[in-house]
Design a binder for this molecule. Structure first.
Ligand code: DHB
Ligand code: MG
Length: 220
């Protein structure tokens, strides 16, 4: 097995189970033109997020890390009626592109992109009494432990939290990793292991996005 074959399998999955998606193709093209880093979830992964939200009956969804809105659009597609996605993004330039993309996907009325440090936005959301059925965390890995604490506060009992990039080509095994994003991810595992209010697992993935994984947690 190699990366080329993993991508071919992603295409096979997409062709059989998801189908052509001109909207999201254009989103990725716009992101590329705008110079955004191509670190979105893959199409099968995005579809999985949509289906997980449908599975929990997601009406209020939180995203930490909007980037260009590719994943945000998948999240919005999973919403139940009158549902909303609140997506947090640090970079105003990314948020601008994301809003254009989200509008072109026809889901702008159900999405709010909040610009700023996610920790500040999360504190505001808590202050205003917001609660969520589902949270997707795909932002600065250094703060994953902080985002875990906030998500456990903001996601309702029975709701789901999904973290992206929790395997990083196996580097999570390495306490001395040269990848600066590894320590925060390792702390995420350690913190979850020490909490008794979440049940969790992590699933390794290969595909167009190489070898990585998702961590899934349900709030008790
Ligand atoms: C990186 C971040 C991501 O969220 C991702 O999915 C892949 C790579 C990164 O910062 O390297
Ligand atoms: Mg990611």
């Amino acid at each position: 097995m190699n990366d080329a074959k993993w991508s071919e399998v992603d295409n096979y999955i997409t062709n059989h189970l998801i189908g052509d998606d001109p909207v999201q193709r254009q989103v990725l093209e716009r992101n590329r033109e705008a110079g955004l880093p191509p670190i979105d979830v893959s199409t099968p992964q995005g579809r999985m997020l949509e289906l997980l939200i449908k599975g929990v009956g997601g009406k209020n969804v939180l995203e930490i890390g909007t980037l260009g809105g590719f994943s945000t659009i998948w999240l919005a597609r999973g919403l139940s009626e009158d549902g909303r996605v609140v997506s947090l993004e640090l970079e105003p330039e990314y948020a601008k592109v994301a809003r254009e993309n989200i509008a072109s996907a026809g889901v702008l009325p159900s999405v709010e992109v909040k610009i700023g440090q996610a920790a500040d936005s999360l504190a505001e959301l808590a202050e205003s009494g917001s609660h969520f059925d589902f949270a997707f965390v795909d932002a600065d890995k250094e703060n994953y432990p902080v985002y875990l604490d906030w998500c456990c506060r903001l996601v309702r009992s029975g709701g789901m939290i999904v973290f992206d990039n929790v395997v990083r080509e196996g580097e999570i095994l390495n306490p001395q990793s040269a990848d600066p994003k590894v320590p925060g991810t390792r702390q995420l595992y350690e913190k979850i292991a020490g909490r008794d209010d979440v049940e969790a697992t992590a699933i390794q993935t290969v595909g167009e996005k190489h070898w990585d994984g998702f961590l899934l947690a349900i709030v008790k």
